[in-house]
Each structure stands twice: as C-alpha cells, then as structure tokens.
Design a protein around this ligand. Structure first.
Ligand code: HEC
Length: 102
C-alpha cells in the first residue's frame, strides 16, 4: 500500500517538474517554423538551453505557458538587459518562449 502511494508521489513530482518547462519537441519546431521561417528543432533546443542558463538566476524559471506571445515580447527585452545577454541570445530566448507560450 505504502509502496503504491510512494510510486504515485514520485510520478506526480516528476510530472510536475517536467511539465513546467518541457523540452521542445519536433511538433513545436514545426509550429514555430510557420512563424519564424527556417526555424529548426535545434534552434528551439538552443533557445531552451539559453533560457535555462540565463533566466533562472534572480527568480525561478517562469513557465513559458505563463504568458502569451505579447507578454513575452514585452518582458524579454528588459529581462535580457538584466541578464546581460547579447542580441542573438535574446532573440533565441524570445523565440523559444513565444513558441512554447500559451
Ligand atoms: C538580474 C536579475 C534577473 C535576471 C537575470 C532575469 N530577471 Fe526576470 N525579473 C527580475 C526581477 C527583479 C523581476 C520583478 C521586477 C520587474 O518586473 O522588473 C523580474 C520579473 C520577471 C517576469 C515577470 C514575473 C511576474 O510574475 O510578473 C518575467 C516573466 C521574467 N522576469 C522573465 C525573465 C526572463 C525571460 C529572463 C531571461 C532573459 C529573466 N527574467 C532574467 C530579475 C531578473
């Protein structure tokens, strides 16, 4: 009985953790390419990595789904300045967040 409860708890915890900032998949990249011509899964994965590297230092990483595209376009520029990233990195992070947004 306890064993089952424990397994369920572990599943719940890991599910929540990964749902928060899920790794981008091929389907996400295909969706993104309609908006950003030539955009690939590798670009999306790079953006995901750069987001994790640069945007979780002062506060926890926000779920990409916590804002819509307009919201990310507004917040990323001032945050990129705070994170002191260059324009290329800012662009990669923005495209990742917009793609994975709600
Ligand atoms: C140097 C510290 C710092 C870094 C690095 C940083 N942030 Fe922030 N972030 C803040 C602070 C402070 C606030 C709250 C005050 C404000 O909005 O300026 C905030 C607020 C936010 C909010 C609004 C949260 C809310 O609930 O209203 C979002 C979204 C956000 N940051 C995203 C990002 C992203 C994306 C990056 C990476 C490009 C990033 N942050 C990097 C300090 C930082």
């Amino acid at each position: 009985m306890y064993k089952i409860a424990f397994v369920l708890l572990v599943l719940l915890v890991t599910a929540c953790g990964t749902a928060k900032i899920a790794a981008p998949k091929e389907a996400d990249a295909l969706r993104a390419a309609e908006k950003f011509p030539g955009y690939t899964l590798a670009d999306l994965q790079k953006g995901h990595m750069l987001y994790k590297e640069n945007c979780g230092k002062c506060h926890g990483l926000k779920s990409p789904r916590s804002l819509d595209e307009a919201g990310w376009r507004k917040i990323v520029p001032p945050m990129a300045k705070k994170a002191k990233v260059n324009a290329t990195t800012e662009d990669a992070i923005l495209k990742y967040l917009v793609t994975m947004s709600k």
